[in-house]
Design a protein around this ligand. Structure first.
Ligand code: C5P
Length: 224
Protein backbone atom coordinates (compact mmCIF):
# COMPACT_ATOMS: atom_id res chain seq x y z
CA UNK A 1 0.00 0.00 0.00
CA UNK A 2 1.37 3.33 -1.06
CA UNK A 3 -0.51 6.50 -0.10
CA UNK A 4 -1.05 8.92 -3.02
CA UNK A 5 1.27 11.50 -1.51
CA UNK A 6 2.19 13.00 -4.90
CA UNK A 7 -1.29 13.12 -6.47
CA UNK A 8 -1.45 15.95 -9.02
CA UNK A 9 2.33 16.51 -8.98
CA UNK A 10 4.65 16.33 -11.99
CA UNK A 11 8.00 14.63 -11.37
CA UNK A 12 11.00 14.57 -13.72
CA UNK A 13 13.72 11.97 -13.07
CA UNK A 14 17.06 11.13 -14.69
CA UNK A 15 18.40 7.59 -14.42
CA UNK A 16 21.08 5.24 -15.65
CA UNK A 17 24.53 5.97 -17.03
CA UNK A 18 25.41 8.18 -19.99
CA UNK A 19 27.51 6.97 -22.91
CA UNK A 20 30.06 9.32 -24.45
CA UNK A 21 31.17 8.36 -27.96
CA UNK A 22 34.80 7.89 -28.93
CA UNK A 23 33.88 6.87 -32.49
CA UNK A 24 30.70 5.32 -34.02
CA UNK A 25 31.26 1.96 -32.30
CA UNK A 26 33.15 2.85 -29.11
CA UNK A 27 32.50 4.95 -26.08
CA UNK A 28 32.96 5.67 -22.38
CA UNK A 29 30.31 4.82 -19.83
CA UNK A 30 30.01 3.75 -16.17
CA UNK A 31 28.55 0.94 -14.06
CA UNK A 32 25.18 2.54 -13.27
CA UNK A 33 22.38 0.01 -13.88
CA UNK A 34 19.53 2.53 -13.56
CA UNK A 35 17.83 0.39 -10.88
CA UNK A 36 17.57 3.14 -8.23
CA UNK A 37 16.23 5.77 -10.68
CA UNK A 38 13.71 3.33 -12.15
CA UNK A 39 12.56 2.30 -8.65
CA UNK A 40 12.05 5.99 -7.80
CA UNK A 41 10.09 6.55 -11.03
CA UNK A 42 7.87 3.59 -10.14
CA UNK A 43 7.38 4.79 -6.56
CA UNK A 44 6.54 8.34 -7.71
CA UNK A 45 3.96 6.94 -10.16
CA UNK A 46 2.46 4.70 -7.45
CA UNK A 47 2.21 7.83 -5.30
CA UNK A 48 -0.01 9.44 -7.95
CA UNK A 49 2.52 11.65 -9.79
CA UNK A 50 2.80 12.18 -13.53
CA UNK A 51 6.33 10.93 -14.18
CA UNK A 52 8.84 11.60 -16.95
CA UNK A 53 11.95 9.40 -16.83
CA UNK A 54 14.91 10.60 -18.89
CA UNK A 55 17.05 7.51 -19.15
CA UNK A 56 20.53 6.71 -20.36
CA UNK A 57 21.14 3.25 -21.87
CA UNK A 58 19.84 0.53 -19.51
CA UNK A 59 18.38 -2.96 -19.86
CA UNK A 60 15.38 -2.19 -17.61
CA UNK A 61 11.68 -2.22 -18.52
CA UNK A 62 9.82 1.11 -18.29
CA UNK A 63 7.81 1.28 -15.03
CA UNK A 64 4.05 1.12 -15.58
CA UNK A 65 2.45 4.49 -16.40
CA UNK A 66 5.79 6.33 -16.68
CA UNK A 67 6.75 8.37 -19.78
CA UNK A 68 10.29 7.45 -20.75
CA UNK A 69 12.64 9.51 -22.91
CA UNK A 70 15.72 7.61 -24.04
CA UNK A 71 19.04 9.40 -24.41
CA UNK A 72 22.63 8.32 -24.87
CA UNK A 73 25.01 11.15 -24.00
CA UNK A 74 25.09 13.70 -21.17
CA UNK A 75 24.39 16.51 -23.63
CA UNK A 76 21.30 14.70 -24.92
CA UNK A 77 20.21 14.08 -21.32
CA UNK A 78 20.67 17.75 -20.52
CA UNK A 79 18.62 18.81 -23.58
CA UNK A 80 15.81 16.35 -22.80
CA UNK A 81 15.66 17.58 -19.19
CA UNK A 82 15.69 21.26 -20.13
CA UNK A 83 12.91 20.62 -22.71
CA UNK A 84 10.73 18.92 -20.08
CA UNK A 85 11.53 20.88 -16.90
CA UNK A 86 8.99 23.67 -17.29
CA UNK A 87 5.95 23.02 -15.08
CA UNK A 88 7.58 20.21 -13.09
CA UNK A 89 7.06 20.17 -9.32
CA UNK A 90 10.00 17.88 -8.54
CA UNK A 91 13.29 17.07 -10.28
CA UNK A 92 15.29 14.05 -9.07
CA UNK A 93 18.74 13.61 -10.63
CA UNK A 94 19.62 9.96 -10.13
CA UNK A 95 21.61 9.44 -13.35
CA UNK A 96 25.35 8.83 -13.17
CA UNK A 97 26.13 11.53 -15.71
CA UNK A 98 29.61 11.43 -17.25
CA UNK A 99 31.60 14.43 -16.08
CA UNK A 100 33.49 14.63 -19.36
CA UNK A 101 32.85 13.87 -23.03
CA UNK A 102 35.46 13.16 -25.70
CA UNK A 103 36.01 16.41 -27.56
CA UNK A 104 37.96 14.84 -30.43
CA UNK A 105 35.58 11.91 -31.09
CA UNK A 106 35.97 10.49 -34.59
CA UNK A 107 33.14 10.42 -37.19
CA UNK A 108 34.57 7.19 -38.61
CA UNK A 109 35.64 4.05 -36.80
CA UNK A 110 39.24 4.48 -35.68
CA UNK A 111 41.52 1.93 -37.34
CA UNK A 112 44.19 0.02 -35.53
CA UNK A 113 47.39 -0.08 -37.53
CA UNK A 114 50.18 -2.53 -36.79
CA UNK A 115 52.89 -0.58 -35.01
CA UNK A 116 50.80 2.58 -35.40
CA UNK A 117 50.22 5.32 -32.87
CA UNK A 118 47.76 4.83 -30.01
CA UNK A 119 44.87 7.30 -30.09
CA UNK A 120 44.95 10.39 -27.89
CA UNK A 121 41.59 11.27 -26.44
CA UNK A 122 40.82 14.80 -25.32
CA UNK A 123 38.06 15.67 -22.91
CA UNK A 124 35.65 18.52 -22.38
CA UNK A 125 33.40 19.05 -19.38
CA UNK A 126 29.73 18.08 -19.67
CA UNK A 127 26.92 20.35 -18.45
CA UNK A 128 25.88 19.79 -14.83
CA UNK A 129 22.20 19.00 -15.34
CA UNK A 130 21.21 19.11 -11.66
CA UNK A 131 22.95 22.43 -11.06
CA UNK A 132 21.28 23.91 -14.18
CA UNK A 133 17.83 22.82 -13.03
CA UNK A 134 18.56 24.11 -9.50
CA UNK A 135 19.51 27.48 -11.04
CA UNK A 136 16.07 27.70 -12.73
CA UNK A 137 14.44 26.97 -9.34
CA UNK A 138 15.97 30.09 -7.86
CA UNK A 139 13.82 32.13 -10.29
CA UNK A 140 10.39 30.43 -10.00
CA UNK A 141 10.69 28.38 -6.79
CA UNK A 142 10.08 25.17 -8.83
CA UNK A 143 10.95 22.38 -9.28
CA UNK A 144 12.01 21.06 -5.86
CA UNK A 145 15.44 19.53 -6.65
CA UNK A 146 16.84 16.31 -5.28
CA UNK A 147 20.37 15.10 -6.06
CA UNK A 148 22.33 11.92 -5.47
CA UNK A 149 25.93 11.42 -4.38
CA UNK A 150 28.05 8.30 -4.63
CA UNK A 151 31.23 8.93 -2.68
CA UNK A 152 33.83 6.34 -1.75
CA UNK A 153 34.86 8.12 1.49
CA UNK A 154 33.86 10.92 3.91
CA UNK A 155 30.23 10.74 2.79
CA UNK A 156 28.86 12.91 5.61
CA UNK A 157 31.30 15.73 4.97
CA UNK A 158 31.24 15.51 1.15
CA UNK A 159 27.45 15.01 1.02
CA UNK A 160 26.70 18.16 2.98
CA UNK A 161 29.20 20.14 0.90
CA UNK A 162 27.78 18.78 -2.37
CA UNK A 163 24.25 19.81 -1.38
CA UNK A 164 25.47 23.37 -0.81
CA UNK A 165 27.52 23.47 -3.99
CA UNK A 166 24.67 22.23 -6.18
CA UNK A 167 22.24 24.65 -4.49
CA UNK A 168 19.61 21.97 -3.75
CA UNK A 169 17.36 21.41 -0.71
CA UNK A 170 17.76 17.60 -0.55
CA UNK A 171 20.70 15.34 -1.37
CA UNK A 172 20.67 11.54 -1.10
CA UNK A 173 24.01 9.88 -0.35
CA UNK A 174 24.69 6.25 -1.20
CA UNK A 175 26.57 4.69 1.70
CA UNK A 176 29.52 2.86 0.19
CA UNK A 177 30.19 2.84 -3.53
CA UNK A 178 29.22 -0.80 -4.15
CA UNK A 179 25.59 0.07 -4.88
CA UNK A 180 25.96 0.07 -8.70
CA UNK A 181 23.91 -2.80 -10.12
CA UNK A 182 22.90 -4.14 -6.68
CA UNK A 183 19.28 -4.71 -5.61
CA UNK A 184 19.68 -3.15 -2.19
CA UNK A 185 21.23 0.01 -0.92
CA UNK A 186 21.73 2.18 2.13
CA UNK A 187 21.13 5.89 1.87
CA UNK A 188 21.50 9.02 3.95
CA UNK A 189 19.42 12.15 3.44
CA UNK A 190 21.03 15.59 3.71
CA UNK A 191 18.84 18.65 4.15
CA UNK A 192 18.81 22.01 6.00
CA UNK A 193 18.42 20.18 9.32
CA UNK A 194 21.47 17.91 8.91
CA UNK A 195 21.55 14.27 7.89
CA UNK A 196 19.41 11.15 8.52
CA UNK A 197 20.49 7.56 7.78
CA UNK A 198 17.77 5.18 6.49
CA UNK A 199 18.14 1.46 7.27
CA UNK A 200 19.56 -0.77 4.51
CA UNK A 201 16.78 -2.07 2.28
CA UNK A 202 15.97 -3.02 -1.31
CA UNK A 203 15.89 -0.16 -3.79
CA UNK A 204 12.09 -0.12 -4.22
CA UNK A 205 11.53 0.14 -0.45
CA UNK A 206 14.04 2.99 -0.26
CA UNK A 207 12.49 4.65 -3.31
CA UNK A 208 9.04 4.61 -1.63
CA UNK A 209 10.51 6.05 1.58
CA UNK A 210 12.30 8.74 -0.39
CA UNK A 211 9.07 9.70 -2.20
CA UNK A 212 7.36 10.09 1.21
CA UNK A 213 10.27 12.24 2.45
CA UNK A 214 10.02 14.44 -0.66
CA UNK A 215 6.23 14.76 -0.30
CA UNK A 216 6.63 15.83 3.36
CA UNK A 217 9.06 18.55 2.35
CA UNK A 218 6.77 19.77 -0.46
CA UNK A 219 3.89 20.03 2.02
CA UNK A 220 6.08 22.01 4.41
CA UNK A 221 7.08 24.37 1.62
CA UNK A 222 3.53 25.07 0.54
CA UNK A 223 2.69 25.96 4.17
CA UNK A 224 5.48 28.56 4.32
O1 C5P B 1 28.90 16.16 -8.90
P1 C5P B 1 28.38 14.76 -8.85
O2 C5P B 1 28.44 14.06 -10.19
O3 C5P B 1 28.93 13.90 -7.77
O4 C5P B 1 26.85 14.96 -8.47
C1 C5P B 1 25.92 13.92 -8.50
C2 C5P B 1 24.54 14.48 -8.70
O5 C5P B 1 24.53 15.45 -9.75
C3 C5P B 1 23.56 13.42 -9.15
O6 C5P B 1 22.27 13.79 -8.69
C4 C5P B 1 23.67 13.49 -10.68
O7 C5P B 1 22.52 12.97 -11.31
C5 C5P B 1 23.83 14.97 -10.88
N1 C5P B 1 24.66 15.35 -12.06
C6 C5P B 1 24.07 15.97 -13.16
N2 C5P B 1 24.84 16.35 -14.23
C7 C5P B 1 26.17 16.14 -14.22
C8 C5P B 1 26.79 15.52 -13.12
C9 C5P B 1 26.00 15.13 -12.06
O8 C5P B 1 22.84 16.16 -13.16
N3 C5P B 1 26.89 16.53 -15.28
Amino acid sequence: FQPKVLEGKRVLITAGPTFEAIDPVRGITNLSSGKMGYAIARAAREAGAEVILVSGPTALPTPHGVRRVNVISARQMSEAVMDAVHGQHVFIGVAAVADWRVSNASDQKMKKQAGGETPHLEFEENPDILASVAATTSLSGWPYCVGFAAESENLVEYGAAKRERKGIPLLVGNIGHHTFGQDDNQIVLFDDDGHTVLPRADKLTLARQLICEIAKRLDKRSLL
